[in-house]
Design a protein around this ligand. Structure first.
Ligand SMILES: Nc1ccn([C@@H]2O[C@H](COP(=O)(O)OP(=O)(O)OP(=O)(O)O)[C@@H](O)[C@H]2O)c(=O)n1
Ligand SMILES: C/C(=C\CO)CCC[C@H](C)CCC[C@H](C)CCCC(C)C
Length: 315
């Protein structure tokens, strides 16, 4: 596959994914004053350093009009990619609620477990889809459309403007639509704001969302089943629940940071990451265990605490 990288009149590099995909452009070679090839050694990322690589350029666009067309094609490709990722993600959100509602309806799993499974999986899966979005500036806004639409859905059902028994049954604690306006709505608003503010290059956003979804979710799943010994300062919560939050929050966050490092979004050093994330997870677990749930919802206190500690530790 011939890869051509060139710079145009103003010297700005134009990157055409269409060429990377092997598409060919017909036209006469460009006048040197209009366009010239960047040397392989001056363009670090796709080229290995070392001896010059024999380089046979693909046919080049002959005019500014063709260049403009190329740019339009490239940005249309980016918009299509982001729109497809948003659609996929929204379909995932819809299906997740549907699957757990069906499992609970058929008594395959308990209602409380279904709700917490949605809590754990929606956050973790949502973050996992971020690499599907393009590297454009607009990508985070496309990703944010998913929690935004979910927010609107929750508001419509919570305010009884629309009704959807499935969502209410699988997400509300006691099956009343108004409950969607509390924990679930806060959760989705946090997903929305964190996407816009931190997006995928920040360990702060990734870790705090993972603590809220994976860590806090497992405190409930494990604590509800095995939490016999309650905490001395909070009879609603147990040692095993809080320890599970610490362990799962740590494991999921380290796993998620590793996953993002594979795509080159964050730097990953195992020892340093474990130490920092362990401190974040410990602080979030302590805050989650406090008897303050009726003052501030866990879906607000956990991500906020995690952001504050992550900012201090990750910088
Ligand atoms: N550290 C924790 C947290 C939770 N739990 C168990 O999980 C149950 C639910 O806890 P929590 O998630 O705080 O309450 P919810 O009413 O489910 O609140 P929400 O889902 O809105 O967060 C508690 O009653 C308790 O049995 C626990 O043992 N230890
Ligand atoms: C029960 C919940 C919180 C209470 O503590 C979580 C509510 C979750 C929402 C109903 C669904 C959220 C969906 C996400 C915005 C996107 C998930 C996408 C993914 C690909 C499945």
């Amino acid at each position: 596959m011939g890869v051509a990288v060139w710079s145009c009149c103003g010297g700005g590099a134009v990157f055409a994914p269409a060429l990377l995909a092997g598409r060919r452009f017909h036209g006469s070679p460009l006048a040197p004053t209009e366009l010239h090839f960047a040397s392989a050694s001056s363009y670090p990322f796709p080229f290995p350093s070392g001896p010059a690589i024999p380089f046979s350029p693909a046919p080049m666009p002959s005019s500014r009009a063709q260049l403009r067309l190329l740019r339009v094609e490239a940005s249309a490709g980016v918009v299509l990619q982001d729109a497809a990722a948003t659609t996929f993600c929204f379909a995932g959100a819809y299906s997740l609620v549907l699957v757990f509602d069906t499992l609970a309806q058929r008594n395959i799993i308990q209602k409380s477990l279904s709700r917490k499974a949605v809590h754990v999986l929606s956050g973790l899966l949502y973050i996992s889809t971020w690499p599907l979005f393009s590297s454009s500036m607009a990508a985070r806004y496309f990703a944010a459309v998913v929690p935004l639409l979910t927010c609107i859905r929750l508001l419509c059902y919570g305010l009884r403007l629309l009704s959807d028994e499935g969502v209410v049954k699988s997400v509300a604690r006691e099956g009343r639509p108004e409950e969607l306006l509390q924990g679930p709505l806060y959760y989705v608003i946090v997903l929305l704001l964190w996407t816009l503010v931190f997006w995928r290059e920040s360990p702060v956003g990734v870790v705090s969302l993972t603590m809220m979804s994976g860590g806090d979710g497992f405190a409930d799943i494990v604590g509800r089943r095995y939490g016999v010994t309650k905490l001395p300062y909070n009879q609603q919560k147990s040692w095993v629940g809080s320890i599970s939050m610490f362990v799962f929050g740590l494991l999921f966050s380290v796993g998620m940071l590793y996953y993002f490092s594979v795509f080159g979004y964050v730097h990953f050093d195992l020892e340093q990451t474990i130490t920092r994330v362990a401190l974040v997870s410990l602080t979030a677990s302590v805050v989650e265990s406090l008897p303050i749930s009726n003052v501030i919802d866990d879906n607000i206190s956990v991500p906020l605490t995690s952001v504050l500690t992550s900012v201090l530790l990750f910088g």
